[in-house]
Design a protein around this ligand. Structure first.
Ligand code: FE2
Length: 273
């Protein structure tokens, strides 16, 4: 599937852009499925859930259990300080995650159809395992910024094996918060690891305290249908969406089942179905 030039580019840059990986009809299937899931989703009645301590704990559980469930996370700006929605429900969701590729028949079928595992094998994963999926919305006007990070921070294995597949379901532009990456940055060390804390909740374990290289990020503006493959250690970022158009993306992350997946990783996937 990949040419020797693409494999070389991936090795040098830490990312790969493949146009027209997914058809307009396939994009529509995923976007419609997300809209249907949101339609059926009942937001919690007490939206102050995000403010008090006890309720924060329950929202932590909601997050921590999402590795083996289909959960809905709000855009920060979708809820005001009184706990009221500032936008309609369909425009309030930041992302849906993280196990729809296993639990939802539509996502599951699409992931099989697109055969990410075959691409993963070409990129060196011996036993590809889809560990996490996300439907990301980057909602018009309120879609939040995602700070510079490496995906292996969140999907850590020993040795490191994570590869991210980021599919543009809509055009991704500078105005609506396209991805930005640090070319060649996958060769720098993993900065930190996000894991379960011994006292409950989560924490970042520092692994390398050198600052990010002082080098401009490359804007990855891509048309809908494009696949961007991200090496797990490639630093990447996306700005807030200041436009009136959403920037939907579907992501799938593979790890190598031959590598060790620590029991204190924050994301605990479904082990069997
Ligand atoms: Fe990421």
């Amino acid at each position: 599937m990949l040419t020797s030039q693409q494999l070389k580019d991936y090795d040098q840059q830490g990312y790969l852009v493949i146009n027209d990986f997914i058809s307009p009809a396939q994009r529509q299937v995923l976007m419609q499925r997300a809209a249907d899931l949101i339609e059926a989703f009942e937001p919690p009645k007490k939206r102050s859930i995000f403010t008090t301590d006890e309720q924060e704990r329950s929202s932590d559980d909601y997050f921590l259990e999402s590795g083996s469930a289909i959960r809905f996370f709000f855009e920060e700006k979708a809820i005001n300080s009184e706990g009221q929605f500032t936008v309609p429900k369909q425009q309030s969701i930041n992302k849906i995650g993280h196990a729809q590729h296993q639990l939802d028949p539509v996502y599951k079928a699409m992931v099989e159809e697109l055969d990410f595992a075959a691409v993963g094998r070409e990129l060196g994963i011996k036993e590809p395992r889809a560990i996490q999926s996300m439907h990301i919305f980057k909602q018009p006007s309120i879609g939040g910024e995602v700070g510079l990070h490496q995906d292996s921070t969140f999907l850590y294995t020993e040795p490191k094996s994570c590869i991210g597949f980021w599919l543009a379901l809509e055009d991704a532009t500078i105005e609506n918060g396209c991805l930005q990456g640090l070319p060649g940055g996958h060769k720098i060390a993993l900065k930190q690891r996000f894991k379960l804390s011994e006292n409950g909740g989560t924490e970042f374990e520092p692994l390398d305290d050198k600052p990010w290289p002082d080098q401009p990020l490359k804007l990855l503006e891509v048309p809908a249908g494009t696949l961007i493959i991200l090496h797990g250690q490639l630093p990447h970022y996306s700005a807030a969406n200041t436009s009136n158009r959403s920037r939907q993306a579907f992501t799938l992350h593979l790890v190598d089942e031959d590598c060790h997946y620590p029991a204190d990783n924050w994301l605990q996937p479904i082990t069997s179905l």
